[in-house]
Structure formats: structure tokens, C-alpha cells
Design a protein. Structure first.
Length: 562
């Protein structure tokens, strides 16, 4: 690769690398993730600096990964003896290409796509961008092969200008960001190994995950100084099944599920209120009952789960909030069902049955504690159920566990059990009360301001990257007690939990996102804006990196001179 780009200017280098990366079918969950990793590693090894220091490029296999996916690392030693180190990181996988429809075979061909969209009259914005020549199309063009390309080009730049580098750079590219984050989770161990063996001090991690306009006509380039977290709150809903001929005597779990969805889905009042930030409400990702075939019995139980972004809240605070919402929802359903039944009796003159309409709401932690108090140990059930359903995807395995735990209760009352399932992403942000975080923020703002003056770009700082990102796994803000409140409501955490909390706590690396700029990530019209991404962004990251390293180096020198 080096021979192809060595005589190019920076924008040309980034564009060439992006084109080559987009050509690779690196869809999440496929062998393409290995292919793109190999390309990145081979590209790095072609650089003259790594030709002289080949051991400073290496791979880390993801443990027990059936595809053999791997993280790629490269270490660039600065011009002195400083241990201060910046991390450049980006994910290498993409989402699928099914959304391209009849263009599926050209989803990775930037030239054919720009030609197609140049005559695409059904979306004038897309057509205008294609005709301008300033946008590159293709799956992964913006999310986020161009992000890898920017980092690769900057790694090459700093190996060619090591005299400008007053500290070290560590490049890292990870698979599986679009799914379970197995790449970055495995990388935490490697980052800690390097930290201890080389006595490194990680100052910050710079991610290049894509940024996009927040409204029509928005040309601001946003710098995000943190990453939002994510929870997946789940509701196992057990009702009272009946024949449809006796439907008014039942408690339909689908009715409870629909009421919960009505109260939670897109309810902006449940979202955190943080001034100046793009805060997203919870959204329903699945609502279904457990019937597998047609019959005239109402459903026994239902499954329901939500995507729930967390910014400053903890998992315990969210659980308390959702328990409160669930109690209100179930009270409403109880009154509704009871009212319908009473009206039915009036119309039919039938005698009243001895029925309870109460629907219990309980967290998984409290439910299991109740089982233990009844002399029932839930642990064997959890282990056996996970083993029995190991062919199912993780969320369904968790539901099966909770379903089997429900069966252990001899009372078998109607209830909603609230719990958490994967994925879980911690939130990672610069805290106002942290001197270290605020010093870093000031340094970054100064560098960005200088680039804004020289380029004419308008930059703005935001606290939270509005989408999920691997930077979440570089720091933990929650206390051990707060994390325990999460894991105790996660069925079988000791069996399927994958987050190395202690490794992450030892790293404690701030996450800064200086993203490639584009539109329509995860859509077939995905495209990256070349003038900013290929020209301005590399300079921005270069100058910010040098400014951070110089500032910390100066601070160390001042301390030593005292």
C-alpha cells in the first residue's frame, strides 16, 4: 500500500485508503472482518517505519471467536523518552448490504454508486451530492472505513515526521462494533498489558466514528467528548391464559406489554434532560408473545425489551424508574380488566368468579431473593437453562432463563419481571468536577479553535456522541455498588457476562470523537463528505494530538523542575 500512496498528498492518501477499505466486504459477523483486519495490518507493515520495526504492528485474536476475528495494533514511538500516549481507534466492521436492493452487487463500488445516484431523481439531496463530486458513496464509506483511513494516513504522517511527535501513538482497529463489541472488550486486556509493560500513560483515545448534520442545513462539525451508554431493559410478562370463550376471565400479557410500550416507547419524559445535548428516549426493539402456533388459547406470556440510552444515569436509577412505570401500567390494566369483567357480568347475569386482577411487578433481583426466601435456589435453574438453550441468541436465552425462574414459583401469579439483557455499554464522558478531565477539555478546545481559524470550519463541542461507540468501554464511572445493581438484575451474569469491569476501570481513558463527516449512516445512500473528511479532519487530529502531547509533556517538565 505504501508504494501506492507515498507520493500522494494527505487528501489523496485518505481517499485511496477509503476506497480500498470500502471494497472489502467487511460485514459484521462474516469472515470479511478478518479480511479487512489483514488488509489494515499489511498496509501498516508496508510503511517504512514499520519495515524497520515490524514487531510494533501486531494482532490480537478475539478469544473463542468462531470467525477468527482480531484486533490490529500499531505503536509509534515518539521523538523522546516520554511515556505519554494517545490512542487512535476505529472499528472495522460494517452493517449489511440488504438495504441496497437491486444495487446490492454494487454496494461496495463507490464509482458505480455515485454514477447511479447522479441520476437519482427520488431524493434531490442525494442526487445533488452525487453530482457535486464531493461525496463518496458505498457501504462503510462513512461508518466507518473512512475513519480507519484517516487514522492510517495520520499514522503514516507521524512516522514520516517523528520530530513533531512529543509522545507516543497507539493505533487500534477493532471488529464487532456493530454487534456485541467483542473487539474492544478483548482489547482492554491488551491495552492494560501495554500500559504495564511499557509504563504508558494513556492521555486520551481519539475515535473517528462518523458525525452528521443534526438538522437540515447544519454544517457544524461536532466534537464529542464522551460516549453515551446503553441498557436493554427487558420485561418478562406472565399473565393468566384462558380459552377465547372465557376471554374476560383472563389476564392477557399482550395487553400489559402494549400498555408498557405505550408508556415507554419514545417517551421523551423518560429521557435525561441535559442542556445542549442530543438525548434520545427509550425505544421498543421487540414485543412478542410466546405462542408458537395458532390455537384458541390466549398467550401465556410475552417478551418485551427496549433500547435505553444512558448519559449520566445509572442502571439502578433506570430500574427504579421502569419499576415505577410498570406499576402504574399494571394498575391501569388491572382496573381496565376488572371493569370489563364487571360490565360483562351485568350484561350476562352470570355469577361472579373468585378472580384476582392483581399483576405483580418485581425486579429480577427481588424476584430471585423471594425464591430464596421460599427455600428455592435459582442458581441450578439458571445454569441448566443457559445450557439447554445455547443455540438461541443471547437475549432469547435470557428470556428463557427468566421464564424458567417464573415456573419455580408455586403461586404462578400474574407478574412482570423486569431485568437487563445484553448489550450493555457504560457511559464515558468528561466530568465537570474532574480536574484531569477539564484540563484535557481545555487543551482540546484550544487546538480545535486554532484549526477552525485556519480552515474556516465551524466546530462545536458536545458531551455525548449520540450513537453507540467503542469508546464507551475505555472508562467506567459507576461505583462497584452501582455496577452490582446492574449485574444482579442480569440473569446469569457470571455465565454470559462479558464486560471486564476491572480492566476498564484500570484503563480509565477519556474518549474524544473527532468523526468523519457524512450522511445516512446505515442506509443505502450512505456517503462521506470528502473535502472535510479527507483534508480537514486529518489536520485536526494531527494538531490536536501534538497539542495534547506537548501540553502534558510541558506539565511534566514543570513538575520535575520544582
Amino acid at each position: 500500500m505504501y508504494n501506492r500512496i507515498c507520493n500522494m498528498k494527505m487528501p489523496e492518501r485518505v481517499e485511496m485508503l477509503t476506497r480500498e477499505l470500502v471494497k472489502i466486504n467487511s460485514i459484521n459477523g462474516t469472515s470479511g472482518e478478518v479480511e479487512v483486519a489483514d488488509f489494515i495490518k499489511e498496509s501498516l507493515l508496508s510503511f517504512p517505519y514499520f519495515q524497520q520495526h515490524p514487531s510494533q504492528v501486531w494482532e490480537q485474536l478475539i478469544p473463542n471467536d468462531p470467525l477468527g476475528r482480531k484486533n490490529i495494533f500499531a505503536f509509534v514511538k515518539g521523538n523522546g523518552d516520554s511515556q505519554e500516549t494517545l490512542i487512535f481507534h476505529a472499528h472495522m466492521d460494517t452493517v449489511g448490504i440488504e438495504d441496497f436492493g437491486h444495487l446490492k452487487e454494487h454496494a461496495l463500488d463507490s464509482d458505480k454508486l455515485v454514477k447511479y445516484f447522479s441520476t437519482y431523481e427520488f431524493n434531490t439531496d442525494v442526487q445533488k451530492d452525487a453530482q457535486s463530486g464531493e461525496w463518496m458513496f458505498g457501504r462503510g464509506s462513512v461508518d466507518m472505513q473512512s475513519g480507519i483511513a484517516v487514522h492510517l494516513a495520520n499514522v503514516l504522517y507521524f512516522t514520516e515526521h517523528r520530530n513533531q511527535l512529543p509522545g507516543n501513538l497507539l493505533f487500534m482497529s477493532n471488529p464487532d462494533e456493530e454487534s456485541q463489541h467483542a473487539g474492544i472488550l478483548s482489547a482492554t486486556k491488551e491495552l492494560n498489558r501495554l500500559k504495564k509493560e511499557k509504563n504508558l500513560n494513556y492521555l486520551a483515545a481519539i475515535n473517528t466514528d462518523f458525525i452528521t448534520p443534526l438538522y437540515d442545513g447544519d454544517s457544524t462539525r461536532y466534537i464529542y467528548t464522551g460516549a453515551a451508554g446503553k441498557l436493554l431493559p427487558c420485561f418478562y410478562i406472565y399473565g393468566r391464559e384462558v380459552h377465547v370463550g372465557d376471554t374476560l376471565a383472563g389476564i392477557d400479557p399482550n395487553l400489559i406489554a402494549s400498555e408498557l410500550t405505550r408508556r415507554i416507547h419514545n417517551n421523551i419524559n423518560l429521557a435525561e434532560d441535559i442542556e445542549g445535548e442530543l438525548i434520545l428516549p427509550p425505544s421498543c426493539l421487540q414485543q412478542r408473545d410466546t405462542k408458537e402456533a395458532y390455537n384458541v388459547q390466549t398467550a401465556v406470556s410475552s417478551y418485551l425489551y427496549f433500547n435505553y440510552f444512558i448519559y449520566e444515569k445509572t442502571a439502578k436509577e433506570v430500574m427504579d424508574q421502569l419499576i415505577h412505570v410498570s406499576v402504574d401500567a399494571c394498575d391501569y390494566v388491572e382496573n381496565q380488566l376488572s371493569g370489563y369483567y364487571e360490565e360483562f357480568l351485568k350484561r350476562t347475569n352470570l355469577p361472579k368468579k373468585n378472580l384476582s386482577w392483581h399483576i405483580e411487578v418485581v425486579s429480577l433481583e427481588d424476584y430471585m431473593e423471594g425464591l430464596i426466601n421460599k427455600g428455592i435456589d435459582p442458581s441450578p435453574c439458571i445454569q441448566e437453562t443457559f445450557k439447554q438453550y445455547e443455540q438461541l441468541e443471547l437475549r432469547m436465552r435470557c428470556f428463557k432463563v427468566v421464564e424458567e425462574l417464573q415456573k419455580l414459583d408455586p403461586e404462578q401469579r400474574a407478574r412482570v419481571i423486569v431485568f437487563y439483557a445484553p448489550p450493555y455499554l457504560p457511559h464515558n464522558y468528561l466530568k465537570d468536577e474532574s480536574t484531569r478531565d477539564q484540563q484535557l477539555l481545555g487543551i482540546v478546545k484550544e487546538a480545535v479553535e486554532n484549526v477552525g481559524i485556519s480552515t474556516g470550519e465551524t466546530f462545536a463541542f458536545k458531551k455525548f456522541f449520540p450513537y453507540l461507540a467503542d469508546g464507551s468501554f475505555l472508562s467506567i464511572h459507576e461505583t462497584d455498588a452501582e455496577l452490582s445493581a446492574f449485574t444482579r438484575n442480569f440473569p446469569g451474569w457470571e455465565i454470559i457476562g462479558t464486560i471486564p469491569f476491572q480492566e476498564i476501570r484500570e484503563l480509565n481513558i477519556p474518549s474524544i470523537n473527532m468523526g468523519v463527516y457524512g450522511k445516512d449512516g446505515h442506509k443505502w445512500t450512505e456517503r462521506v463528505y470528502k473535502p472535510y473528511t479527507f483534508d480537514v479532519l486529518p489536520k485536526l487530529i494531527q494538531q490536536t494530538s501534538v497539542h495534547i502531547l506537548k501540553s502534558y509533556q510541558s506539565a511534566i517538565c514543570r513538575t520535575q523542575s520544582r
